[in-house]
Design a protein around this ligand. Structure first.
Ligand code: ATP
Length: 411
Protein backbone atom coordinates (compact mmCIF):
# COMPACT_ATOMS: atom_id res chain seq x y z
CA UNK A 1 0.00 0.00 0.00
CA UNK A 2 1.29 3.45 -0.84
CA UNK A 3 0.27 6.45 1.26
CA UNK A 4 2.08 9.21 -0.68
CA UNK A 5 -1.19 10.86 -1.70
CA UNK A 6 -2.50 10.78 1.91
CA UNK A 7 0.72 12.46 3.08
CA UNK A 8 0.22 15.19 0.47
CA UNK A 9 -3.42 15.64 1.40
CA UNK A 10 -3.21 15.68 5.20
CA UNK A 11 0.09 17.34 6.06
CA UNK A 12 0.30 21.14 5.99
CA UNK A 13 2.51 22.51 3.18
CA UNK A 14 5.16 23.66 5.65
CA UNK A 15 5.60 20.18 7.13
CA UNK A 16 5.42 18.53 3.75
CA UNK A 17 8.36 20.59 2.52
CA UNK A 18 10.36 19.61 5.58
CA UNK A 19 9.54 15.91 5.17
CA UNK A 20 10.65 16.06 1.54
CA UNK A 21 13.95 17.69 2.55
CA UNK A 22 14.54 15.00 5.16
CA UNK A 23 13.86 12.33 2.58
CA UNK A 24 16.34 13.91 0.15
CA UNK A 25 19.10 14.47 2.70
CA UNK A 26 18.71 10.98 4.20
CA UNK A 27 19.12 9.52 0.75
CA UNK A 28 22.28 11.55 0.13
CA UNK A 29 23.73 10.39 3.47
CA UNK A 30 22.87 6.78 2.67
CA UNK A 31 20.34 6.66 5.52
CA UNK A 32 16.72 5.50 5.56
CA UNK A 33 13.97 7.69 7.03
CA UNK A 34 10.47 6.58 8.04
CA UNK A 35 7.40 8.24 9.50
CA UNK A 36 6.25 6.10 12.44
CA UNK A 37 3.69 5.75 15.22
CA UNK A 38 0.60 7.86 15.76
CA UNK A 39 0.84 9.86 12.55
CA UNK A 40 0.81 6.69 10.41
CA UNK A 41 -2.19 5.33 12.32
CA UNK A 42 -4.02 8.64 11.94
CA UNK A 43 -3.18 9.02 8.24
CA UNK A 44 -4.78 5.62 7.65
CA UNK A 45 -7.81 6.67 9.69
CA UNK A 46 -8.00 10.04 7.94
CA UNK A 47 -7.51 11.99 11.21
CA UNK A 48 -5.28 15.08 11.39
CA UNK A 49 -2.07 14.56 13.38
CA UNK A 50 0.81 16.97 12.98
CA UNK A 51 3.10 15.49 15.65
CA UNK A 52 5.59 13.85 13.36
CA UNK A 53 7.82 11.05 14.66
CA UNK A 54 10.55 9.76 12.38
CA UNK A 55 12.77 6.72 12.79
CA UNK A 56 16.10 6.73 10.99
CA UNK A 57 18.08 3.68 10.01
CA UNK A 58 21.44 5.44 10.23
CA UNK A 59 22.19 8.43 12.44
CA UNK A 60 19.19 10.62 13.33
CA UNK A 61 21.30 13.33 15.01
CA UNK A 62 23.57 13.78 11.99
CA UNK A 63 20.62 13.88 9.60
CA UNK A 64 18.72 16.35 11.81
CA UNK A 65 21.79 18.61 12.01
CA UNK A 66 22.10 18.62 8.24
CA UNK A 67 18.41 19.46 7.70
CA UNK A 68 18.46 22.13 10.42
CA UNK A 69 21.47 23.76 8.78
CA UNK A 70 19.93 23.81 5.30
CA UNK A 71 16.58 25.06 6.57
CA UNK A 72 18.00 27.33 9.29
CA UNK A 73 15.65 25.87 11.90
CA UNK A 74 15.99 25.30 15.61
CA UNK A 75 17.28 21.94 16.74
CA UNK A 76 17.69 20.15 20.07
CA UNK A 77 19.78 16.98 20.04
CA UNK A 78 20.43 14.19 22.55
CA UNK A 79 23.38 12.38 20.96
CA UNK A 80 23.53 9.86 23.83
CA UNK A 81 20.00 8.67 22.97
CA UNK A 82 20.39 9.20 19.21
CA UNK A 83 17.43 11.59 19.14
CA UNK A 84 16.77 15.10 17.83
CA UNK A 85 13.86 17.51 17.86
CA UNK A 86 13.32 20.04 15.08
CA UNK A 87 11.21 23.06 16.00
CA UNK A 88 9.58 24.38 12.91
CA UNK A 89 7.04 27.19 13.21
CA UNK A 90 4.18 25.78 15.26
CA UNK A 91 5.30 22.23 14.62
CA UNK A 92 7.86 19.93 16.15
CA UNK A 93 9.30 16.90 14.52
CA UNK A 94 11.02 14.15 16.50
CA UNK A 95 13.72 12.05 14.93
CA UNK A 96 15.24 8.95 16.52
CA UNK A 97 17.85 6.45 15.41
CA UNK A 98 16.21 3.03 15.06
CA UNK A 99 16.67 0.96 18.21
CA UNK A 100 15.61 -2.23 19.89
CA UNK A 101 14.75 -2.72 23.56
CA UNK A 102 14.94 -5.48 26.13
CA UNK A 103 13.53 -5.41 29.64
CA UNK A 104 15.75 -6.76 32.44
CA UNK A 105 12.74 -6.93 34.78
CA UNK A 106 9.09 -5.83 34.69
CA UNK A 107 8.61 -2.08 34.91
CA UNK A 108 12.34 -1.36 34.59
CA UNK A 109 13.50 1.11 32.00
CA UNK A 110 14.44 -0.90 28.92
CA UNK A 111 17.99 -1.59 27.77
CA UNK A 112 18.37 0.04 24.41
CA UNK A 113 20.50 -1.25 21.53
CA UNK A 114 20.88 0.07 17.97
CA UNK A 115 18.53 -1.77 15.66
CA UNK A 116 16.58 -1.92 12.44
CA UNK A 117 13.22 -0.34 11.67
CA UNK A 118 11.55 -3.66 12.51
CA UNK A 119 13.26 -3.77 15.91
CA UNK A 120 12.05 -0.24 16.52
CA UNK A 121 8.48 -1.13 15.58
CA UNK A 122 8.57 -4.28 17.72
CA UNK A 123 9.30 -2.28 20.89
CA UNK A 124 6.06 -0.33 20.46
CA UNK A 125 2.86 -0.76 22.41
CA UNK A 126 0.20 -1.88 19.92
CA UNK A 127 0.05 -3.06 16.33
CA UNK A 128 -1.86 0.08 15.26
CA UNK A 129 1.11 2.17 16.52
CA UNK A 130 3.73 -0.14 15.02
CA UNK A 131 3.50 0.88 11.38
CA UNK A 132 5.84 3.07 9.36
CA UNK A 133 5.81 4.92 6.05
CA UNK A 134 8.97 4.94 3.97
CA UNK A 135 10.33 8.35 3.05
CA UNK A 136 12.99 6.93 0.74
CA UNK A 137 12.78 8.36 -2.78
CA UNK A 138 12.73 4.84 -4.27
CA UNK A 139 9.49 3.85 -2.46
CA UNK A 140 8.24 7.12 -0.95
CA UNK A 141 4.91 6.58 0.82
CA UNK A 142 5.15 2.76 1.05
CA UNK A 143 3.50 1.35 4.20
CA UNK A 144 5.69 -0.88 6.39
CA UNK A 145 3.38 -3.04 8.49
CA UNK A 146 5.13 -6.10 9.95
CA UNK A 147 2.57 -6.66 12.75
CA UNK A 148 -0.71 -6.36 10.81
CA UNK A 149 -1.53 -2.95 12.22
CA UNK A 150 -3.60 -2.00 9.20
CA UNK A 151 -5.76 -5.09 9.49
CA UNK A 152 -6.27 -4.33 13.22
CA UNK A 153 -7.23 -0.75 12.34
CA UNK A 154 -9.79 -2.08 9.89
CA UNK A 155 -11.16 -4.49 12.49
CA UNK A 156 -11.08 -1.84 15.24
CA UNK A 157 -8.72 -3.84 17.45
CA UNK A 158 -6.08 -2.90 20.01
CA UNK A 159 -3.49 -5.69 20.00
CA UNK A 160 -0.17 -6.02 21.84
CA UNK A 161 2.81 -7.33 19.91
CA UNK A 162 3.93 -10.10 22.27
CA UNK A 163 2.71 -11.92 25.37
CA UNK A 164 5.01 -10.12 27.82
CA UNK A 165 4.07 -6.65 26.61
CA UNK A 166 1.97 -5.61 29.63
CA UNK A 167 4.27 -7.21 32.17
CA UNK A 168 7.35 -5.58 30.59
CA UNK A 169 5.66 -2.20 30.77
CA UNK A 170 2.33 -1.95 32.54
CA UNK A 171 1.81 1.68 31.46
CA UNK A 172 0.54 -0.03 28.31
CA UNK A 173 -2.55 -1.06 30.33
CA UNK A 174 -3.46 2.62 30.67
CA UNK A 175 -2.46 3.31 27.06
CA UNK A 176 -4.55 0.42 25.70
CA UNK A 177 -7.70 1.74 27.36
CA UNK A 178 -6.92 5.30 26.28
CA UNK A 179 -6.77 4.24 22.62
CA UNK A 180 -9.69 1.84 22.97
CA UNK A 181 -11.91 4.64 24.25
CA UNK A 182 -10.56 7.36 21.98
CA UNK A 183 -11.00 5.33 18.82
CA UNK A 184 -14.06 3.32 19.87
CA UNK A 185 -12.05 0.09 19.32
CA UNK A 186 -12.02 -3.18 21.25
CA UNK A 187 -9.21 -5.05 22.92
CA UNK A 188 -8.31 -8.12 20.87
CA UNK A 189 -9.32 -11.16 23.02
CA UNK A 190 -5.83 -12.30 24.04
CA UNK A 191 -4.78 -8.69 24.68
CA UNK A 192 -7.85 -8.28 26.86
CA UNK A 193 -7.09 -11.42 28.84
CA UNK A 194 -3.44 -10.46 29.40
CA UNK A 195 -4.36 -6.90 30.32
CA UNK A 196 -6.68 -8.16 33.07
CA UNK A 197 -4.14 -10.69 34.26
CA UNK A 198 -1.31 -8.13 34.36
CA UNK A 199 -3.10 -5.34 36.23
CA UNK A 200 -1.03 -6.09 39.39
CA UNK A 201 2.06 -5.22 37.30
CA UNK A 202 1.03 -1.56 37.62
CA UNK A 203 2.78 -1.78 41.00
CA UNK A 204 6.12 -2.01 39.16
CA UNK A 205 5.65 1.37 37.46
CA UNK A 206 7.13 4.54 38.91
CA UNK A 207 4.89 7.40 40.03
CA UNK A 208 6.22 9.70 37.33
CA UNK A 209 5.30 7.30 34.56
CA UNK A 210 1.81 6.57 35.92
CA UNK A 211 1.26 10.31 36.29
CA UNK A 212 2.37 10.91 32.71
CA UNK A 213 -0.11 8.35 31.40
CA UNK A 214 -2.93 9.81 33.52
CA UNK A 215 -2.08 13.23 32.10
CA UNK A 216 -2.37 11.80 28.60
CA UNK A 217 -5.80 10.46 29.54
CA UNK A 218 -6.80 13.88 30.89
CA UNK A 219 -5.82 15.42 27.54
CA UNK A 220 -8.29 13.20 25.69
CA UNK A 221 -11.55 14.64 24.48
CA UNK A 222 -13.46 12.28 26.82
CA UNK A 223 -11.15 11.22 29.65
CA UNK A 224 -14.18 10.06 31.63
CA UNK A 225 -14.70 7.12 29.24
CA UNK A 226 -11.21 5.75 29.87
CA UNK A 227 -11.46 6.36 33.63
CA UNK A 228 -14.78 4.54 33.84
CA UNK A 229 -13.35 1.56 32.00
CA UNK A 230 -10.14 1.55 34.06
CA UNK A 231 -12.30 1.66 37.18
CA UNK A 232 -14.34 -1.33 35.98
CA UNK A 233 -11.16 -3.25 35.25
CA UNK A 234 -9.75 -2.51 38.72
CA UNK A 235 -6.74 -0.67 37.26
CA UNK A 236 -7.51 2.62 39.02
CA UNK A 237 -7.87 0.85 42.35
CA UNK A 238 -4.45 -0.71 41.77
CA UNK A 239 -2.98 2.81 41.66
CA UNK A 240 -4.94 3.90 44.73
CA UNK A 241 -7.56 1.73 46.39
CA UNK A 242 -10.00 4.64 46.76
CA UNK A 243 -9.97 5.86 43.16
CA UNK A 244 -13.16 5.51 41.15
CA UNK A 245 -14.12 6.33 37.59
CA UNK A 246 -17.85 6.43 38.28
CA UNK A 247 -20.81 8.37 36.86
CA UNK A 248 -20.32 11.44 39.05
CA UNK A 249 -17.02 12.03 37.28
CA UNK A 250 -18.65 11.92 33.83
CA UNK A 251 -21.17 14.61 34.78
CA UNK A 252 -18.57 16.83 36.44
CA UNK A 253 -15.99 16.43 33.67
CA UNK A 254 -18.60 17.59 31.19
CA UNK A 255 -19.27 20.65 33.30
CA UNK A 256 -15.53 21.31 33.70
CA UNK A 257 -15.18 21.38 29.91
CA UNK A 258 -17.69 24.16 29.58
CA UNK A 259 -16.17 26.21 32.42
CA UNK A 260 -12.42 25.91 32.01
CA UNK A 261 -9.74 27.21 29.68
CA UNK A 262 -8.34 24.26 27.67
CA UNK A 263 -4.83 24.60 29.17
CA UNK A 264 -6.16 24.19 32.71
CA UNK A 265 -8.49 21.33 31.98
CA UNK A 266 -6.14 18.38 32.74
CA UNK A 267 -5.34 19.75 36.23
CA UNK A 268 -8.99 20.54 36.84
CA UNK A 269 -9.89 16.97 35.89
CA UNK A 270 -7.30 15.70 38.36
CA UNK A 271 -8.91 17.75 41.16
CA UNK A 272 -12.31 16.27 40.32
CA UNK A 273 -10.82 12.80 40.02
CA UNK A 274 -9.65 12.94 43.66
CA UNK A 275 -12.70 14.82 44.94
CA UNK A 276 -14.22 11.81 46.69
CA UNK A 277 -10.98 10.87 48.50
CA UNK A 278 -10.32 11.38 52.19
CA UNK A 279 -7.33 13.59 52.99
CA UNK A 280 -5.31 10.55 54.02
CA UNK A 281 -6.10 8.78 50.73
CA UNK A 282 -5.20 11.94 48.84
CA UNK A 283 -1.80 12.00 50.56
CA UNK A 284 -1.23 8.38 49.52
CA UNK A 285 -2.04 9.27 45.92
CA UNK A 286 0.20 12.33 45.97
CA UNK A 287 3.04 10.06 47.08
CA UNK A 288 2.20 7.29 44.62
CA UNK A 289 2.15 9.70 41.67
CA UNK A 290 5.13 11.67 42.96
CA UNK A 291 3.14 14.83 42.24
CA UNK A 292 5.08 18.08 41.94
CA UNK A 293 4.68 20.37 44.98
CA UNK A 294 2.47 22.91 43.20
CA UNK A 295 -0.01 20.32 41.95
CA UNK A 296 -0.02 18.50 45.30
CA UNK A 297 -0.97 21.80 46.92
CA UNK A 298 -3.84 22.29 44.49
CA UNK A 299 -5.21 18.85 45.39
CA UNK A 300 -4.85 19.47 49.13
CA UNK A 301 -6.56 22.85 48.72
CA UNK A 302 -9.38 21.25 46.76
CA UNK A 303 -10.22 18.83 49.57
CA UNK A 304 -9.66 21.37 52.33
CA UNK A 305 -11.99 23.82 50.64
CA UNK A 306 -14.53 21.04 50.09
CA UNK A 307 -14.61 20.53 53.85
CA UNK A 308 -15.41 24.26 54.36
CA UNK A 309 -17.81 24.66 51.48
CA UNK A 310 -20.83 24.65 53.82
CA UNK A 311 -19.65 28.03 55.13
CA UNK A 312 -20.16 29.46 51.65
CA UNK A 313 -23.64 27.99 51.33
CA UNK A 314 -25.01 31.13 52.93
CA UNK A 315 -26.57 33.95 50.92
CA UNK A 316 -26.09 36.54 53.68
CA UNK A 317 -22.35 35.92 54.16
CA UNK A 318 -20.36 39.19 54.01
CA UNK A 319 -17.98 39.79 51.12
CA UNK A 320 -15.14 40.27 53.59
CA UNK A 321 -15.91 36.87 55.12
CA UNK A 322 -15.80 35.25 51.70
CA UNK A 323 -12.49 36.95 51.02
CA UNK A 324 -10.80 35.85 54.22
CA UNK A 325 -12.18 32.34 53.87
CA UNK A 326 -10.87 31.86 50.36
CA UNK A 327 -7.77 34.00 49.97
CA UNK A 328 -5.25 31.24 50.77
CA UNK A 329 -6.63 28.69 48.32
CA UNK A 330 -5.29 28.09 44.85
CA UNK A 331 -7.76 29.40 42.21
CA UNK A 332 -7.83 26.01 40.53
CA UNK A 333 -9.03 24.40 43.78
CA UNK A 334 -11.85 26.97 43.80
CA UNK A 335 -12.75 26.17 40.21
CA UNK A 336 -12.84 22.45 41.08
CA UNK A 337 -15.25 23.23 43.92
CA UNK A 338 -17.40 25.37 41.62
CA UNK A 339 -17.73 22.38 39.31
CA UNK A 340 -18.23 19.88 42.15
CA UNK A 341 -20.55 21.78 44.48
CA UNK A 342 -24.28 21.12 44.39
CA UNK A 343 -25.00 24.42 46.16
CA UNK A 344 -25.74 27.31 43.79
CA UNK A 345 -25.09 29.77 46.65
CA UNK A 346 -21.63 28.33 47.35
CA UNK A 347 -20.86 28.40 43.63
CA UNK A 348 -22.03 32.02 43.38
CA UNK A 349 -19.78 33.04 46.29
CA UNK A 350 -16.77 31.24 44.82
CA UNK A 351 -17.34 32.91 41.44
CA UNK A 352 -17.71 36.27 43.17
CA UNK A 353 -14.32 35.83 44.84
CA UNK A 354 -12.61 34.77 41.61
CA UNK A 355 -14.10 37.44 39.41
CA UNK A 356 -14.17 40.39 41.82
CA UNK A 357 -13.31 40.13 45.49
CA UNK A 358 -9.76 38.88 45.06
CA UNK A 359 -8.91 42.07 43.12
CA UNK A 360 -10.34 44.54 45.65
CA UNK A 361 -7.61 46.85 46.98
CA UNK A 362 -7.75 49.85 49.29
CA UNK A 363 -6.59 53.23 47.96
CA UNK A 364 -4.54 53.73 51.11
CA UNK A 365 -1.45 51.71 51.91
CA UNK A 366 1.00 51.69 54.85
CA UNK A 367 2.96 54.73 53.64
CA UNK A 368 -0.14 56.77 53.02
CA UNK A 369 -1.45 55.89 56.48
CA UNK A 370 1.84 57.04 58.03
CA UNK A 371 1.49 60.32 56.19
CA UNK A 372 -1.92 60.68 57.82
CA UNK A 373 -0.10 60.50 61.14
CA UNK A 374 -0.78 56.87 62.02
CA UNK A 375 2.34 55.47 63.69
CA UNK A 376 4.01 52.35 62.22
CA UNK A 377 3.40 49.12 64.16
CA UNK A 378 0.80 46.41 64.60
CA UNK A 379 -2.05 48.96 64.86
CA UNK A 380 -1.27 50.19 61.37
CA UNK A 381 -1.59 46.62 60.02
CA UNK A 382 -4.87 46.25 61.88
CA UNK A 383 -6.23 49.52 60.42
CA UNK A 384 -5.26 48.43 56.90
CA UNK A 385 -7.21 45.21 57.40
CA UNK A 386 -10.27 47.06 58.71
CA UNK A 387 -10.10 49.36 55.66
CA UNK A 388 -9.85 46.38 53.33
CA UNK A 389 -12.86 44.67 54.95
CA UNK A 390 -14.85 47.92 54.80
CA UNK A 391 -14.01 48.28 51.13
CA UNK A 392 -14.98 44.66 50.39
CA UNK A 393 -18.30 45.13 52.19
CA UNK A 394 -19.01 48.41 50.40
CA UNK A 395 -18.87 50.49 53.61
CA UNK A 396 -16.19 52.75 52.13
CA UNK A 397 -15.99 53.53 48.44
CA UNK A 398 -13.76 56.55 47.90
CA UNK A 399 -10.28 57.45 49.12
CA UNK A 400 -11.80 60.26 51.23
CA UNK A 401 -14.06 57.75 52.97
CA UNK A 402 -11.06 55.48 53.64
CA UNK A 403 -9.12 58.42 55.13
CA UNK A 404 -12.06 59.34 57.34
CA UNK A 405 -12.37 55.78 58.61
CA UNK A 406 -8.58 55.48 59.14
CA UNK A 407 -8.43 58.70 61.15
CA UNK A 408 -11.37 57.59 63.29
CA UNK A 409 -9.35 54.48 64.18
CA UNK A 410 -6.13 56.37 64.92
CA UNK A 411 -4.77 55.28 68.31
P1 ATP B 1 -1.24 9.60 20.32
O1 ATP B 1 -1.63 9.81 21.75
O2 ATP B 1 -2.06 10.35 19.35
O3 ATP B 1 -1.10 8.17 19.95
P2 ATP B 1 1.46 9.43 19.92
O4 ATP B 1 1.25 8.26 19.05
O5 ATP B 1 2.48 10.41 19.50
O6 ATP B 1 0.16 10.22 20.16
P3 ATP B 1 2.86 9.09 22.40
O7 ATP B 1 2.33 8.76 23.76
O8 ATP B 1 3.49 10.42 22.21
O9 ATP B 1 1.71 8.83 21.38
O10 ATP B 1 3.89 7.97 21.99
C1 ATP B 1 4.55 8.00 20.74
C2 ATP B 1 4.74 6.58 20.22
O11 ATP B 1 5.65 5.91 21.08
C3 ATP B 1 3.45 5.76 20.20
O12 ATP B 1 2.85 5.78 18.93
C4 ATP B 1 3.90 4.38 20.60
O13 ATP B 1 4.17 3.62 19.46
C5 ATP B 1 5.21 4.58 21.32
N1 ATP B 1 5.07 4.41 22.76
C6 ATP B 1 4.80 5.35 23.70
N2 ATP B 1 4.75 4.80 24.92
C7 ATP B 1 5.02 3.50 24.77
C8 ATP B 1 5.15 2.39 25.66
N3 ATP B 1 4.95 2.53 26.97
N4 ATP B 1 5.46 1.19 25.13
C9 ATP B 1 5.67 1.06 23.81
N5 ATP B 1 5.57 2.04 22.93
C10 ATP B 1 5.24 3.25 23.39
Amino acid sequence: MNLASQIERYLPQQLLGLVRDISKEANQLGQKAYLVGGVVRDLLLGYPNFDLDLVIEGDAVKLAQRVAEIRQIKLITHPRFGTAKLNYGNFTLDMATARGETYAKPGALPMVTPGTLNDDLFRRDFSINAMAISLMPSNYGELVDPYQGRSDLEHHLIRILHLKSFSDDATRILRAIRYEQRLGFELEPQTSQLLKQDIPMLDTISGDRIRHELELIFRERHPEYALKRLGELGALQRINSSLKGNGWIAVKFDKAKSLSKPGQLPSLYLCLFIYSLQERENEQLIRRLNLPTKLARVLRDTLHLKSRLHLLDNSSIKHSEIYYLLREYDPLAMRANIVASESSTARFNLELFLSKLRYVKTSLNGDKLKRLGIPPGPELGGILQILHKAKLDGKVKTRAEEEKLALSLKP
